[in-house]
Design a binder for this molecule. Structure first.
Ligand code: PLP
Length: 449
């Protein structure tokens, strides 16, 4: 698109005057007016192109304006734009069947929601109904959504301003080998000690009071924390032993982000409930849901499930979901994610870790990676403090600004840069984006003591 100063001014003034933005002090933000997007790139009104290494909010798995998704939505809109949830819809059933087919174990029913927050909200409600218990355990360093239950599950600073919550959530520490809370010196030791800690939390909180444990299969925004070998199996075992429902939050990592339909498949573990959103249709129309095991679904055979949404399984959203499955299968998306991740991203990031003193650790899977920045490699002091903002966050802001200057839109959280481009990114674009990050890291190096 050509630069258009008048259009930009109009977008900016309407936005600043009337749009109330998420998670922000309204007077302190300057939202970028976006003119257009295609594939892995979007453009502002000044004609600047940005390679989107954040896939918007890690939802744009098939990139902007994918022709198959656009056509599917257009066709469905021309045929039947909406239908209420208590009626049966061809496209909703088609998507549910496809999701069931790629789900692990006996998970084969889908309750559709409008996004990831409400998926977690309803998964917890199901677990409470089935167990007759109320408490839920979740990790520090997690994000599960913005509404009352989901924010109380969340283990990051976004929860703090929303406390006190209803008191039915307890948090525990998950594995994080680079910054072990358990004084572990191998991933295996980290897994076993983190499991011993979780077992203690279960016992001390009262196993008989705990309905569910909810875990992001790979912790997303809070660090791309890939669970060490054996950890998730251990969680499964604890849940079985204590009669607790295991909820896998796959809102960010499901639908191909790590080269699997669901990330649990990479760890060979079968949860009782899986929550999803984002990548199911790249967010072209809001959609999320809960995949339900037979055991839990059977509970609701004769007892009503007390939950619902006017737009549950919206036909436009489901049509985009069905098209997503067709594109994934036709274009071998899962295979290309595994290939690009292991052949292009991983070696390149490991190289950056060797050359840049500011890089403490790189970690990830598929097209989902974190570059953790430090001000001192030996003490591992984070480049900016936990929950840094304003002046404290200046070093990360400088790195982000350099990325944008170079034509890349980065995902930045505390002292980390995440690499999460659309799964359809070309190899040339991927290499170009990594080049831009490599160069921007020189700025971070300047802050190393
Ligand atoms: N769970 C995880 C792991 C997420 O990353 C997110 C969103 O970023 C959510 C839940 C909430 O999803 P939504 O914003 O679609 O409600």
């Amino acid at each position: 698109p050509l630069p258009d100063a008048a259009a930009e001014a109009q977008v900016r003034s309407d936005d600043r005057a009337h749009v109330f933005h998420s998670w922000s002090a309204q007077a302190l933000i300057d939202p970028l007016p976006v003119a257009a997007g295609e594939g892995s790139t979007f453009w502002d009104y000044q004609g600047n192109a940005y390679l989107d290494f954040s896939s918007q909010l890690v939802n744009l798995n098939l990139g902007h304006q994918h022709p198959d998704l656009v056509a599917a939505i257009q066709q469905q809109a021309g045929r039947l734009s909406t239908i209420q949830p208590s009626m049966a819809s061809d496209v909703r059933g088609d998507l549910a069947r496809r999701i069931a087919e790629v789900s692990p174990g006996d998970l084969d029913r889908v309750f559709f929601t409008n996004g990831g927050t409400d998926a977690n909200e309803y998964a917890v409600r199901m677990a409470r109904a089935v167990t007759g218990r109320r408490k839920v355990l979740s990790m520090y360093r997690s994000y599960h959504g913005g509404t009352a239950t989901a924010i109380s599950l969340t283990g990051d600073p976004r929860r703090w301003a929303n406390e006190p919550s209803d008191g039915s959530v307890a948090h525990f520490l998950g594995p994080y080998p680079y910054r072990s809370s358990f004084h572990a010196d191998s991933p295996e030791q980290e897994a076993s000690r983190a499991l011993a800690h979780l077992e203690q939390v279960i016992i001390l909180e009262g196993a008989g009071t705990i309905a569910a444990i909810i875990i992001e299969t790979i912790v997303g925004t809070n660090g791309v924390l890939v669970p060490p070998p054996g950890y998730l199996q251990g969680v499964r075992e604890l849940c079985d032993r204590f009669g607790i429902v295991y909820i896998a939050d796959e809102v960010m990592v499901g639908f191909g982000r790590v080269g699997e339909w669901f990330a649990v498949n990479a760890f060979d573990v079968v949860p009782d409930l899986i929550t999803f959103a984002k990548g199911v249709n790249s967010g072209y129309v809001p959609l999320g849901g809960v995949v339900i095991s037979q055991r839990i679904a059977e509970h609701f055979d004769t007892v009503a499930f007390m939950g619902g949404l006017t737009y549950s399984g919206h036909p436009l959203a489901c049509a985009a979901g069905v098209a997503t499955f067709e594109v994934f299968e036709r274009d071998g998306i899962l295979e290309r994610v595994r290939d690009l991740g292991s052949r292009v991203v991983e070696p390149r990031l490991l190289g950056m870790a060797e050359r840049h003193p500011s890089v403490g650790e790189v970690r990830g899977l598929g097209l989902f990676w974190a570059i953790e920045l430090v001000s001192d490699a030996s003490s591992r002091a984070p480049l900016v403090p936990f929950n840094a903002s304003g002046a404290d966050a200046a070093p990360m802001a400088a790195v982000a600004a350099a990325c944008k200057q170079g034509g890349l839109w980065p995902f930045v959280h505390f002292n980390r840069l995440h690499v999460a481009p659309p799964l359809v990114i070309t190899e040339a674009e991927l290499v170009r984006g990594l080049d831009i990050i490599d160069e921007a890291l020189s700025i971070a190096d300047g802050y190393v003591a």
